[in-house]
Design a protein. Sequence first.
Lengths: 118, 907
Amino acid sequence: MNKILIVDDEPNILLSLEYLFKKEGFKVFIARDGEEALDLISEIEPELVLLDIMMPKVDGYEVCKHIKEQHTKIKVVFLTAKSKQQDIQKGLDLGADLYLTKPFGNKELVSKVKNLLN
Amino acid sequence: MFSNALIISFTFGYLALLFAIAWFSERSASNGRRLSNHPAIYALTLAVYCTAWTYYGSVGRAATNGLEFLTIYIGPSLIAPLWWIVMRKIIRISKVQRISSIADFISSRYGKNITLGGVVTIVCLLGILPYTSIQIKGIASSFQILQGSGVTETLANLPFYQDTAFYLALGLAFFTVLFGTRNIEATAQHEGMVMAVAFESIFKLIAFLIVGVFVTYFVFDGFTDIFSKAAAEGLNHLFVMQGENSASEWFWMSVLSMMAILFLPRQFQMGVIENTNERHVDTAMWLFPLYLLLINVFVLPIAFGGLVHFPIGNYEADTFVLAFPIAFDQKWLAILVYLGGFSAATGMIIVSTIALSTMVSNNLVMPLLLINDRFQKKYQHRLGLVLIWSRRVAIFLIILAAYLYYKQIAGQFSLVSIGLISFVGIAQFAPAIIGGIYWKKGARTGALVGILAGFSLWFFTLVVPTMVTADYISEKLLNEGLFGFGFLKPQALLGFADLSYISHGLFFSLTINTILYVVISLFSQQTSKEHNQAVIFVDIFRYSESLDTAIVWKGQAYVPDIRALLINFLGVSKTQDALQDFVKHTGKELDDNIFADSELVNYSELLLSGIIGSASARIIVASVVKEEEISMEEVLGILKETRELKSLNDQLEINSKELQIASEKLKSLNESLQINDMLKDEFISTVTHEMRTPITSIRAFSEILLDQDLPEADRAKFLEIIIQETKRMSRLIDQVLDLERFDSGRQELNLENSNVDSLILEVIDSMNHIFQEKGLHFEYNLINSTVLIPMDQDRIKQVLINLLSNASKFAKSNINLKAKKTENHLLISVWDDGKGIPEEEVPYIFDKFFQAKNQTSKKPLGSGLGLAISKKIVEYHHGTIEVRRILDRTCFEFTLPLVQSKMKIIN
């Protein structure tokens, strides 16, 4: 069973993603901001992190940077409302495996995540 | 009646007062406060026209010739309106050309000619000397009357070292040297002297008015009383114009005084050289005639009163003014009147002497010395010193000469007769000056011959007869004519015996003078130099702006030569200043190794003109430059070019300034547009981002809801979320639109006079359940007043709800609302006991989406636009909103004015 960490500061989005990936058979962990995410990552060592960018305390870029430095195996997928080209570029430059923008289609998101893990 | 010591101490006391006034004014001027720069002072200094002649002599004249004394004041009053044209032109020319005296003016106009300047100086000296001496006579005889010695002759016969008048003359010479020759620049204003003269003008007027009032209202019972008593004594003939020729007499006297007021050296000194501002002429045009009127009001009453009251022979009519206070034993009034007369006399002596000494030094001494090459070489480094000492010596010599003249001759004549003779002498300049400033063809030879001829005739018709009277010449000349020719009788040339001797002399001298001037000018060719000056004088108003830079000279000179020249007169530091000024104004560099350009040469010549006069300056400058003849066409070309260039330059300057202003405006507009643009971009991107969040939830849950297997409980829950997120979105959209309306100024307030307390209670009602839900303790104070305050109720509610709901998000346990009414404002504050806003964030707390952009703080629920909109609402009400942290509590406070002025209030 694939372990996945979902990080977002919007409770409703978090709820929908949690529901979606649980239904697809993932073992889902959630974090409400970057700080919580960093704490959880070492503890649960997920295979993939679904990461929002604009969050209080520590933002998604920081989290991604940390993961790519310390936990090279963990895949990172940005899922964010930031859709400007320079934001996307910045995310990819930090080593993210995928950059997806909100709003998203549920099926598309799930299949992309699955592809990445296989 | 008075002891000598008393009179002398009062006299010297008065002189000391003059010294003090002059000294204080000079000190004040050196501190930057020029008291003399005032139109009233200017007008008062012109009243130096009223001398002892006016003070004592008018009464004397009126006692014998009736109203005729007035002509001397009617002339200046009549011509005063013309000052705006004539005087202003002379002033402008003199300032631009740095003219230092009337001799300099004439010499400068006719090609800076030495001979002409010298002749004018000599005419002035000869013409003014008797005039000055009668002032001394005025002082001496009033002094004597005050002593009570009665007989005029005795004093004049004393040896000079026992004569008080001699020591007074020395004192005056000393004063004049001290305050008249401080500055080597003859064109520089003599601040102290000007103020002293202005004071004297006030003093003599007041003294005369007081004695006038005394005679008219205390000795007699007013004007009517005096005139009826005079009529009873058979003095009727003095009340009206008299004799067959009275009209022509009046005409000639008025013409004479018109010229005198313009061309007397002391009037020229005060009216032109000491003038600080052309506009002062405006005031002088009415104030000076008013002064003349005032000082003449009591002349007739005193004259007639004197004739009625004093037995014939007791007092000369010239001394009636003083005789009254003495006869009525008014000791202090007598002293005052005596000092008034003294002030009238001294004012004239001081100013005339300064003017004459400048002429002597600049137009006689300097040119004579400079013509001599040997002298020039020997003294070239001490010329400045020579100049100033020649002025000082001249002052002493002139005053001493006047004293001697008084001792020898003037004692025998009345004040008025000698004064009038001087007037006629000075009038000889009228054709050369008036022609000079209005007629370009007026030529040097014409001016010179005219003045010489006029002067000779003046001497023959007016001075010679006085010499006969004084027994220097046989009476035969008067009766039989020159060389025995009957048509050459001094007082009846060509058999003209109808006019008074003054009018007769004036008529012949001035007519011949004018005719010669015009005719010779018409037939003579001006040199280019002379023509240059003629054009500048006549067209001064056209050129005066550009003259400083105009080049009316062509040639070569070395800069070091020019500098050395200036240092001789100005000294090192002033020369440095002057040259720096030049560099600053022209932007030209002064390179010692190259030829000085003509502009510098011209500038230097002007500088020197102000010191040594234009003719001498020309000689001096010519000694170091190699001059080339320059044609009038060239000069006019250059003048025109300079003028056009200048106006073009001015225009360019204006244009470029405007351009600069425009481009700066454009730049700042562009910047603010860019900033606006940036802000707008940022705003839009934030709004889009904020919109995406609810849309994302809605879409995700909508897709989930498509799943048929979804448990009913989840389905209901997710639908509820979708509905909430939709609401959130529409709220966001509403607020964005709100803010946009406020930002663009399209938002309008619906102002109503509102009861504040009930509005607050409504808001609390709607918020109460939230406080209860969160378990917060809420307290509030109302203003407890039914006062109605204009506001948009819905908008203010919106603000209150925003502040209260923000407080509810952050408060730990307590929220307070306080309302208060001050004199001009309603004050509402909302307090919470949350952890507060970090200090560094306070300045941005009212920015749009501040929370969204700020990633470090926990994001509360809300659009991020609430405070921004609240701020706009309050500002639309002309109120203020701010946030403070007081004792662990956060306080948002806003004010609303009690009165709304600019907006329409509904209800």
